[in-house]
Design a protein around this ligand. Structure first.
Ligand SMILES: [Ca+2]
Length: 282
């Protein structure tokens, strides 16, 4: 048994947010005066969640959402994401106190660098600890935070990149994701938008998995396809894309799925095993 048990997995299939999971959608003016939160900047389509930042009149609007008031003390947080390069904007994936009183904050992914050549992993303890991780954040990556007593371990694409052990939170925290627009004086984020900033920038989330910390009583260690899926790639989504684009000839996997000879899970399993034409399922 592993030490973590899945609480929820959201693949963002369908065309609307699961409000049973994402109970808090941000709205209202942000304190820096640069933008307002608007739930209309959240879109679920094509198997992913898009959190947009858009110019509107003289200002900007961005999206944000959280599992508040639901939360847990300790756990594993995994997601696949990318954030557009756009001067004066950022994307943040974070843990925030479930009682919505700011006493702790862990920024798992915070794109302080408008070039998206690196990101910050921050524990707002006493004092704050910030780890800067070189990574092309505008490309897709699989992120994972393991939060256990006294320890925050960040991994990207299955490899540990940072570990924070100072003043780690020990209260119930909720998982959130948000896009932001910065003011000219917010130098840590590289300042505000300029003439080169596009009128729309996107932060995309392919999936999110949240697991509880249950030492010795977690999910069974996955094998086969489940192990491949646990590695981060969204194999079911890949299989759906593959089948949609596979050839029309009699023996194609698309035809085999349509005729019931194999299931979409079979296709996912085959892709996970390295079968199929790579260029078709990308
Ligand atoms: Ca997905």
């Amino acid at each position: 048994m592993s030490d973590f048990k899945t609480v929820f997995f959201d693949d963002f299939n369908g065309n609307a947010l699961d409000r049973g999971t994402w109970k808090a959608l941000y709205s209202g003016q942000h304190g820096n005066g640069m933008f307002r939160w608007d739930p209309s900047q959240l879109e679920v389509a094509d198997g992913k969640l898009t959190i947009a930042t858009e110019r509107e009149g003289g200002g900007w609007a961005s999206g944000g959402l959280s599992t508040i008031p639901d939360g847990q003390t300790y756990g594993r947080y995994e997601f696949r994401a990318r954030v557009d390069e756009a001067q004066g904007t950022s994307g943040v994936v974070l843990l925030w106190p479930s009682n919505n009183q700011w006493t702790d904050e862990v920024n798992i992914l915070e794109t302080h660098d408008p070039r998206r050549d690196s990101f910050a992993f921050v524990n707002h303890g006493n004092p704050w600890v910030t780890e800067y991780i070189p990574l092309n954040v505008d490309g897709w990556h699989d992120y994972r935070l393991d939060w256990t007593p006294g320890q925050l371990v960040l991994s990207v694409d299955g490899r540990e990149r940072a570990r924070i052990t100072h003043d780690v939170p020990d209260q119930k925290m909720s998982f959130g994701m948000q896009a932001q627009v910065h003011a000219p004086w917010e130098g840590w984020f590289g300042g505000g938008p300029n003439g080169g900033t596009p009128s729309r920038a996107e932060m995309e989330i392919d999936w999110v998995r949240v697991s509880a910390w249950t030492p010795g009583q977690g999910d069974a260690a996955p094998t086969g396809f489940a192990a491949a899926a646990a590695g981060g790639t969204d194999w079911m989504a890949a299989a759906q894309r593959y089948v949609a684009r596979d050839g029309a000839w009699d023996g194609s996997w698309r035809n085999q799925v349509a005729s019931g000879q194999i299931t979409i899970e079979d296709v996912a399993s085959r892709l996970a095993a390295g079968q199929g034409q790579w260029e078709l399922w990308q």
